[in-house]
Design a protein around this ligand. Structure first.
Ligand SMILES: *[C@@H]1O[C@H](CO)[C@@H](O)[C@H](O)[C@H]1NC(C)=O
Length: 181
């Protein structure tokens, strides 16, 4: 009986472990499926002031337009208490799955993980005047995501050297949702 239970548990672990990886392998991302509306859920950085109130990277995504050789992002940012809309276009680089955009310096980013229908996780490196920092973002198709996905994202941040106190859950803050209508 004990052995049976053990085997059952092992079997389930394999199935669950497999399901979790059902997103995509690096290089076979179907980027078209990222098109559409998104919400910023969690943001993390090893330069915390960038994602704190009034920080340049505390931006709230509304929409991703998948274009031929680029990704168009529409964001809101809160400046002097006002929610302003702005757009950025990130161009594909020569490296598979990598994009580049100028905004508060030079930004290179990749898509780390997505299941297309619920969440997407980005990793970005910013270089500005010889200084560099990392930014990681979790977007959701809905205004919030399960604690499971958030925890998976937090672990990924830690794996990239971003400490837990530099991970900010934006769902508990003003994300300019009222401006979005
Ligand atoms: C952000 O900017 C607003 C408006 O200028 C200001 O009232 C607020 O104190 C700032 N917040 C921080 C954390 O600096």
């Amino acid at each position: 009986m004990k052995l049976l239970l053990l085997l059952l548990c092992l079997g389930l672990t394999l199935v669950c472990g497999h399901a979790e990886e059902a997103s995509f392998e690096r290089g076979n991302l179907d980027v078209d499926k990222l098109n559409g509306d998104w919400f910023s859920i969690v943001v993390a950085s090893d330069k915390r002031e960038k994602i704190e109130e009034n920080g340049s990277m505390r931006v709230f995504v509304q929409h991703i337009d998948v274009l031929e050789n680029s990704l168009g992002f529409t964001f809101r940012i809160k400046e002097n208490g006002v929610c302003t809309e702005f757009s950025l276009v990130a161009d594909k680089t020569a490296k598979d799955g990598e994009y580049f955009v100028e905004y508060d310096g030079e930004n290179t980013f990749t898509i780390l993980k997505t299941d297309y229908d619920n969440y997407v996780m980005f990793h970005l490196v910013n270089v500005n005047n010889g200084e560099t920092f990392q930014l990681m973002e979790l977007y959701g198709r809905t205004k919030d995501l399960s604690s499971d996905i958030k925890e998976k994202f937090a672990k990924l941040c830690v794996a990239h050297g971003i400490t837990r106190d530099n991970i900010i859950d934006l769902t508990k803050t003003d994300r300019c949702l009222q401006a979005r209508g």
